[in-house]
Design a protein around this ligand. Sequence first.
Ligand SMILES: Cc1cc2nc3c(=O)[nH]c(=O)nc-3n(C[C@H](O)[C@H](O)[C@H](O)COP(=O)(O)OP(=O)(O)OC[C@H]3O[C@@H](n4cnc5c(N)ncnc54)[C@H](O)[C@@H]3O)c2cc1C
Length: 433
Amino acid sequence: MPAPTSSVSPTRIAVIGAGPAGLMAAEQIANAGLAVEVFDAMPSVARKFLLAGIGGMNITHSEGYEQFVTRYGAEQAQLKPLLDRFTPDQLRNWIHELGIETFVGTSGRVFPTDMKAAPLLRAWLTRLKQHGVVFHQRHRWTGWADCSNSQPDAQPPADCSDLTWQFETRDGSLQRQFDAVVLALGGASWKRLGSDGAWRPWLDASGINSKPLVAANCGFEVNWSDYLKKNFAGAPLKQVALSVRGPDGKTVKRTGEFIISEYGIEGSLVYALSRPIREQLMAGNDPHLCLDWLPNLSMDELQKKLSQPRGKLSFSNWLRKKLKLPAIANTLLRDCVEKFDPNNFQQLAQALKAMPIQPTSTRPVDEAISSAGGLCWDEVNEQLMLKQLPGVFVAGEMIDWEAPTGGYLLTACFATGKAAGLGVVEQSKATLG
Ligand SMILES: Cc1cc2nc3c(=O)[nH]c(=O)nc-3n(C[C@H](O)[C@H](O)[C@H](O)COP(=O)(O)OP(=O)(O)OC[C@H]3O[C@@H](n4cnc5c(N)ncnc54)[C@H](O)[C@@H]3O)c2cc1C
């Protein structure tokens, strides 16, 4: 990273929200020699980033870039130009420059060598402070004084410098004015780590549109029988496949593992399909979620196995011995298949290859790994500046995009943070001449 060209600037610049997106924006601004203050509601910064590191920080993915970009689904058109300026390879180099090595796991996911976020964050914060970034913790932005106190005939703010930013601090409320601000307030999952989505009504009051923040990479509710809940809650289903019919009518099928929980279904395979399942449920449609117990066995092969005599084995034992299925299979067949008859081979084969599971809703957004929805793309220009409030930029999960787990979330947070930070730099250069 180049050393900043000076440490004092006449412009007043703030980043609000010190997660990975906000910190990356602050870094760009400091690198350009501009003074920047970072505000965060919590007593310490980047709490969700640190949590993400607890189970193994998956920071990006090593697959080919063309394939990588497709993971952002419907929002790849908006995100690609930003990712082009901070690709997964550039992200890895940036981590290496902080003195942290990375490795590629068997799945192609990229991790810091020690799997943790804390050493990376420590090195990053040290460098940011050396470059003059000033941090204000326990400073919760609570909206603009101009908006809450506005008279019906008041002029709307022309740009960022017209706004009075209100903060709640330990010493009472604080009002500040800035020439440029990056908002990087995160989504709405894991509220206790700081990002709570409270910003939506404040932007809404200024006519800046956002979509409701909903659960992404999440579990789903299913009405299991009491018997199943009592005896099998927490059971993992391994080497299975799930398929779902998306809103475009196409069926997506993925293999992996997931968990039958007391309230429904959880785990990596469910997260991978959570977008089409959620979109179908929200549209009032049946997502046609089906479980294939034996993805490596064709229907013909399965039927051949099923037609062999069972002898004296109970149905459950026979499923276990002949098909290597766990005890929960028998219970799920009875829970999920209407009028299930173990002696009907046709029905059994069909049920084992495509057992219908009926999710009723997502689990609460607060439990999700990430949230979907957020600030609408048509509210920002290509530098992620709000069109209606020049000088105010946005970055990270608070913008309307989503991605599966696999390092895609953090990569896009960093890339949007970089774009917003560079946007502030360009604007400041233009203002300063
Ligand atoms: C359990 C878990 C594991 C995860 N694992 C991974 C992983 O391995 N790989 C991956 O790519 N992603 C992972 N993620 C997702 C990733 O952590 C997030 O996508 C990312 O942190 C979002 O970054 P952000 O900067 O946009 O927002 P956040 O990290 O949410 O940061 C937003 C910041 O804004 C502050 N803030 C919010 N409102 C205000 C306000 N009004 N005033 C002042 N400050 C405010 C918050 O305190 C917070 O510090 C995981 C998430 C979770 C929950």
